[in-house]
Write a protein that binds this ligand. Structure first.
Ligand code: GLP
Length: 240
């Protein structure tokens, strides 16, 4: 219950209580939360305190508000392990979800300096710039911009980009993907992400920059992705 004599703030106790109910499945994704008034009378606390707890849960992505209707439990976040160099398609498959892609643009560009450096090419080498929305079970998860040298993979087509790029590189071209490095930082959505990820202004995203290399050391791709931070969290196993 809520302990009013505890030094732990009341809003925080309520927040933790609701979080536990969500984590333990007592409240399921899509369920409507009791109203502020109901919580207030159930725990004999003020509606302001209830609102504070719920706002915190909204900001942390556990629940979302629907205008004029109520507050609902969000879909569970995907725990993405950081070990292992996997593709989006593999990641979703491992969770029993189906990955699809929506191609936003696909063009050949003269690479800017940052891309020539990452791909270890000169500025006269044509580069594919591919932007795709990555969806899981039909829901947009990430907006991804990929740079690949056209000399390395000459025959990328729009059709092919509906499928897994890693699968094409490995299984159709027989090129072995070796390793990658990844930098993750936080941000909020820009206008392009608001449109393609179907989120509100101010929503948090995780920006990921991945550099991937073939087994022989040739740079394969530079990828800049924005993952919805309300749907994703990253997990790593640590040894000591
Ligand atoms: C992830 C990585 C990208 C990589 C992609 C390949 O999304 N962040 O760097 O290009 O997987 O995914 P797929 O093989 O499904 O196209």
């Amino acid at each position: 219950m809520i302990d009013k004599n505890s030094p732990i703030p009341i809003y925080y106790q309520l927040e933790e209580k609701i979080k536990t109910q969500i984590d333990q499945g007592e409240l399921q994704p899509g369920d409507m939360l009791p109203s502020e008034r109901e919580y207030a009378s159930q725990y004999a606390i003020s509606r302001m305190t209830v609102r504070q707890a719920i706002t915190k849960l909204v900001n942390d992505g556990y629940v979302y508000r629907k205008k004029g209707t109520g507050t609902f439990v969000s879909a569970k976040k995907i725990d993405q392990p950081l070990q292992g160099l996997t593709s989006f398609t593999e990641d979703m498959k491992a969770r029993g979800m189906v990955a699809t892609n929506r191609l936003i643009h696909f063009k050949v560009i003269s690479p800017p300096l940052s891309v020539t450096k990452a791909l270890n090419i000169d500025s006269s080498t044509p580069v594919y710039e591919i932007q795709r929305v990555r969806l899981a079970d039909g829901l947009p998860m990430a907006l991804e911009t990929t740079y690949i040298s056209k000399h390395l993979i000459p025959n990328i087509t729009e059709k092919l980009l509906e499928q897994s790029l890693y699968d094409y590189v490995e299984n159709s071209l027989g090129k072995e993907i070796g390793e990658g490095t990844q930098i993750i930082e936080s941000s909020t959505v820009n206008q392009n992400e608001i449109t393609h990820l179907n989120v509100k202004k101010g929503s948090p995203v995780l920006l990921i920059e991945r550099h991937t290399y073939l087994k022989d050391g040739t740079p394969l791709e530079l990828v800049k992705s924005s993952y919805r931070a309300d749907r994703y969290r990253f997990m790593i196993n640590m040894q000591r």
